[in-house]
Design a protein around this ligand. Sequence first.
Ligand SMILES: C[S@@+](CC[C@H](N)C(=O)[O-])C[C@H]1O[C@@H](n2cnc3c(N)ncnc32)[C@H](O)[C@@H]1O
Length: 133
Amino acid sequence: MATLEEWDKNGLIEWSKNGNPRKIIFADEREGKRVQDIWEFKDPQYPVYPTEKNKDLLNLIIRTSSNENSLVLDCFCGSGTTLQVANSLNRQWIGIDESNLAIEATKEKLKESSIALLTSKTVYEFVDLSETK
Ligand SMILES: C[S@@+](CC[C@H](N)C(=O)[O-])C[C@H]1O[C@@H](n2cnc3c(N)ncnc32)[C@H](O)[C@@H]1O
């Protein structure tokens, strides 16, 4: 709070219409390239699973919204692409899906990454909750 007040006093805060503070960061203070509001990524042409997402898109989302060792939860994990990318970025992960097809596709996808999984000492297990319903 003290930091926010200090920044505000120094004109480094812009206030949104509904009163949310946003720190003003000048272009020369930024490292790297600014990410635009509209992102263009094509979904895979021959997806393993019908709604499979582009890995580069998932990579960008995970890198910019979590840190190494963060826990990524994909509670509709489909074929597990998000889990695979999260794993490659050294995040911990949990995937959930109600579809057996999705679970099988996820298992296959994680097998594809088995070299990375073995070398990164990743440990994971599948938990089948269908019999608890
Ligand atoms: C758009 S796909 C997920 C794509 C995935 N997040 C990825 O990274 O590629 C949506 C998934 O949600 C699952 N799903 C839908 N309703 C669900 C529910 N109530 N509980 C668990 N999974 C569900 C579907 O089986 C489907 O696989």
